[in-house]
Ligand binder design. Structure first.
Ligand SMILES: C[S@@+](CC[C@H](N)C(=O)[O-])C[C@H]1O[C@@H](n2cnc3c(N)ncnc32)[C@H](O)[C@@H]1O
Length: 237
């Protein structure tokens, strides 16, 4: 593992999203409430860096995790964290996309896809990913999606970019560099308006779609895999 790279990721994630650690705490609370304290299998899409594993693994000894990531470098960091925390017997890491999960993989009790969707440019590929996640979940299972969002042509996104830039200025980045990050660098990721993200979740079979998180450029949604009859858990009881 390249420890310098790992450290840069840890620092930058918390500048870009000052509520980064709180986000993982909130998701843990929700999963705990939904998973009723028993053993649960959690699918982590984009597990690189290992922060879902280190945030939720030690404090939930009954949970097992399957982490998927396309980056070998990031997975090395996740593996290192997993080993250091003594989680190896409860964590399986897979190099690749969700399509590389073993064919016979059982469905999971919960899933997360945190800070991944905006790296996928093509809307159909985003939808395919969300649909495949849904296909790997038990009916009613909670799913958390966190992604950059916004309408590229809106002043609303411009204003949030300005806020995001302020986080970097305050962390000591040179104004010229922040200017470049705001106007060019971050614009390379794929922003979708929140209504479109919610539409993709719905089209993928998720229900009870609830926005629970916003910080700077990023939003988070909690939802549930629809039951086998296509309706949400609330309608099934
Ligand atoms: C910004 S990191 C987020 C990592 C972690 N979820 C977190 O919040 O700290 C994004 C990760 O998504 C991975 N990634 C990008 N596209 C992916 C895909 N289609 N399937 C799985 N992982 C992907 C990248 O390799 C990277 O490790």
């Amino acid at each position: 593992m390249n420890s310098e790279m790992a450290q840069v990721y840890e620092t930058n994630a918390r500048v870009s999203i000052p509520t980064y650690d709180a986000l993982f705490g909130m998701v843990q609370s929700y999963f705990r409430a939904e998973l009723s304290g028993e053993g649960a299998s959690v699918l982590v899409i984009g597990a690189g860096g290992g922060n879902e594993l280190s945030a939720w693994g030690p404090s939930n000894p009954e949970w097992t995790f399957t982490g998927v990531d396309i980056s070998e470098e990031m997975l090395k960091i996740a593996q290192h964290k997993t080993n250091q925390l003594g989680l190896s017997n409860r964590v399986k890491l897979i190099h690749g996309t969700i399509n590389d999960l073993p064919e016979d993989t059982a469905v999971y009790d919960a899933a997360s896809c945190i800070l991944v969707l905006h790296f996928i440019d093509n809307v159909q590929e985003k939808l395919d990913l969300l649909r495949t996640i849904h296909s790997h979940l038990k009916p009613g299972a909670p799913f958390v999606l966190v992604s950059a969002y916004g309408d590229r042509d809106s002043t609303e996104l411009k204003d949030r970019l300005h806020v995001w830039g302020s986080f970097w200025l305050d962390a000591g980045r040179a104004p010229s560099k922040v200017n470049e990050m705001v106007n060019t660098g971050i614009m390379k990721i794929s922003f979708l308006p929140e209504k479109q993200i919610e539409g993709l979740l719905q089209e993928s079979g998720f229900t009870n779609i609830t926005k629970f998180f916003v910080t700077g450029l990023f939003g988070g949604w909690i939802c549930h895999a629809a039951g086998s009859n296509g309706v949400g858990i609330e309608s099934e009881v």
